[in-house]
Design a protein. Structure first.
Length: 239
C-alpha cells in the first residue's frame, strides 16, 4: 500500500494502464491531472482510500502479459506512435462526428437543447485539437526526435528548453479535458434518451469513444513522453 500511496495517479497509469479504468469509474482525471497522489484525489472526492487501494491492487495483480509497456519505449518511437495512432484517429473522427452531431441538432435540437451545447463544445475542441496537434508535429516532436537521434550536435532550440512547449501543450490538454467533462455532463455520460433513434445512439457512442481515445492520448504525453523528454534534455545538456 505504501508504494501505491507514494506514486502519482499518472505514474500508476503509466506503469499499468488497466488502473485507468478504476480512475474512470470514480471520475478521477488521470491524464490532465495525473500529478496528484491517490490520497489527494480520495480526500477531494470523499472516497475511501483503503477501498480505492484495494481496487487498484486487484487490477495490478492480474496477468499483465498483454499490456504494452509504453514507458520502456524510445521517445522517438513513442512520438511516432502518438502521431500515427492518436493524431490520425482525431483527424479521421472529427468530420464523422460533426456530420452526426449536425444531423442530431437539426432533427432533435429544438426539443433537446443540450445537443446544441454539445455540438458547440465539440466544434471548439475540434478546432483547438487541430492546431494543438500541428504544434506537436511541427515543433515539439521533431525536437524530441533530434535529442534522441543526434544528442552530440545538441543546440538550444528557439524556445530555449523543451519545458516551454511542454508547458503550453499541457495547458491545452487541460482545456480539452475540461471541455469533454462538460460534454460528458451534458450527455449524461453519453447516455441517449430511451426513445433515441440510431443516429442519436451512434453519435453518443462515437463521442464516448473519442473522449476515451483522448484520455489515453493525453496520458501518453503528460505522464510518459513529456517527463521523459525533460529528463533526456537534462542528460544531453550534462554530457
Amino acid at each position: 500500500m505504501n508504494d501505491t500511496l507514494d506514486k502519482t495517479i499518472g505514474q500508476m497509469v503509466a506503469e499499468d494502464y488497466r488502473t485507468a479504468q478504476i480512475f474512470k469509474n470514480h471520475k478521477i482525471d488521470f491524464c490532465c491531472k495525473g500529478n496528484r497522489t491517490l490520497q489527494e484525489v480520495a480526500e477531494k472526492k470523499g472516497l475511501d482510500l483503503d477501498s480505492l487501494v484495494q481496487e487498484l491492487d486487484t487490477v495490478q495483480n492480474q496477468n499483465q502479459s498483454e499490456q504494452t509497456d509504453f514507458k520502456t519505449w524510445p521517445l522517438d518511437l513513442l512520438a511516432d506512435y502518438i502521431e500515427k495512432k492518436h493524431h490520425r484517429y482525431v483527424e479521421q473522427q472529427i468530420p464523422i462526428l460533426k456530420q452526426y452531431l449536425t444531423k442530431l441538432c437539426k432533427v432533435h435540437g429544438a426539443r433537446h437543447l443540450k445537443l446544441l451545447d454539445i455540438f458547440e463544445h465539440f466544434n471548439a475542441s475540434a478546432g483547438e485539437l487541430a492546431m494543438h496537434m500541428k504544434k506537436e508535429e511541427l515543433v515539439l516532436f521533431p525536437w524530441i526526435r533530434k535529442m534522441v537521434n543526434n544528442p552530440a550536435n545538441f543546440e538550444h532550440p528557439h524556445f530555449e528548453t523543451v519545458k516551454s512547449p511542454i508547458k503550453m501543450m499541457m495547458e491545452e490538454h487541460d482545456n480539452e479535458g475540461e471541455r469533454f467533462r462538460k460534454i460528458a455532463a451534458l450527455s449524461n455520460d453519453y447516455t441517449p434518451p430511451s426513445d433515441a433513434c440510431n443516429t442519436y445512439r451512434v453519435a453518443f457512442s462515437l463521442l464516448q469513444e473519442f473522449e476515451e481515445d483522448l484520455h489515453r492520448h493525453i496520458h501518453l504525453e503528460n505522464n510518459i513522453l513529456f517527463p521523459k523528454a525533460e529528463i533526456l534534455e537534462n542528460n544531453v545538456l550534462s554530457n
